[in-house]
Design a protein around this ligand. Structure first.
Ligand code: AMP
Ligand code: ZN
Ligand code: FE
Ligand code: FE
Length: 278
């Protein structure tokens, strides 16, 4: 059997693994294909493809886009995106610039709670990559102001916690349409995090094609529940580990995987989308 892990980050967002490390780790787990899904970034795809060609691992160009409703944090994955499109890359640069501003705002809010963080220390961790809250949490742990990442999110920077700052305004409809226009197959990431099943119908109306039923943070009951939702809504059931290298304490690549046939199904879907949106 051939398997794929369809949700992996690199150091071009908030993983501690370089593209080369991601691909060699995937090789050690005997995966046939992986999808690189950095937060609002495509910058790691090319290097992964170069390593993938050497180690005979198929690299599915992907992305994870953050969108928001006032009461929910939503991540939309896009598979088989035509990542070379200029207008798409320009849009991502705008989002990344806003992510930088957002870090300064989070530092300000932390200061008001008597937590003194130097933004430069956070930027050091993100390097050239798309910066995010995991970098903030990592810098906080390094500075010794929290005991573990969970504390950073549950007390300070988690969704709607006191130091939370939203990302650039980008609606679910805009994200799904953007992905469709670059031939990407839009998939709702870890639906459990969104926690609002009643939004799924709306996302499907905008063009959502799949739902990430299999995910590291899903308990067996959660998985069964979303399998049912996928069937009812007519959505593809995808899955991935959401590995962040050592960024969340342990390497997850390959711990959640799906049969390779799903990759073929996603490829077909992308072809259909490309014909439709050409
Ligand atoms: P951002 O894209 O900046 O909004 O950050 C989102 C990322 O923060 C997620 O992809 C995770 O990597 C991380 N994250 C969010 N909540 C938690 C949590 N409770 N524990 C650990 N990491 C988290
Ligand atoms: Zn992340
Ligand atoms: Fe996510
Ligand atoms: Fe992710």
């Amino acid at each position: 059997m051939k398997y794929a892990d369809l949700h992996i980050h690199t150091s071009y967002s908030d993983s501690t693994f370089s593209p080369q490390e991601v691909v060699s780790y995937a090789k050690s787990k005997a995966l046939s294909a992986i999808s690189i899904c950095d937060h609002d970034s495509i910058d790691g795809i090319e290097q992964c493809q170069e390593s993938g060609a050497q180690l005979d691992i198929e690299i599915i160009p992907g992305i994870e886009m953050t969108v928001e409703k006032p009461d929910a944090e939503i991540h939309i994955l896009g598979y088989f995106i035509d990542w070379k499109k200029d207008w798409f890359q320009k849009k991502l640069k705008e989002i990344q610039a806003a992510r930088i501003d957002r870090v300064y705002k989070m530092v300000e809010k932390l200061k008001k709670m008597n937590i003194d963080m130097d933004a430069a220390d956070i930027f050091k961790l993100s390097g050239k990559g798309s910066i995010g809250r995991l970098h903030v949490a990592q810098a906080m742990l390094k500075a010794g102001v929290i005991k573990n990442y969970n504390e950073a999110f549950s007390k300070y920077i988690g969704f709607r916690k006191p130091c939370y700052v939203p990302n650039i305004k980008f609606s679910p409809q805009e994200a799904i349409e953007t992905l469709l226009k670059v031939g990407g197959v839009p998939v709702l990431a870890h639906p459990h995090l969104m926690g609002r099943d009643d939004y799924i119908t709306e996302l499907v109306k905008y063009g959502l094609r799949g739902i990430e039923v299999y995910h590291t943070d899903h308990k067996p009951g959660t998985t069964r529940h979303y399998e049912e939702v996928a069937k009812t809504q007519g959505l593809l059931m995808t899955g991935g580990s959401d590995c962040h290298g050592m960024g969340k304490g342990r390497v997850l690549i390959g711990s959640v995987r799906v049969p390779y046939e799903l990759v073929e199904r996603l490829k077909e879907e992308s072809e259909k989308i490309r014909n439709e949106y050409r």
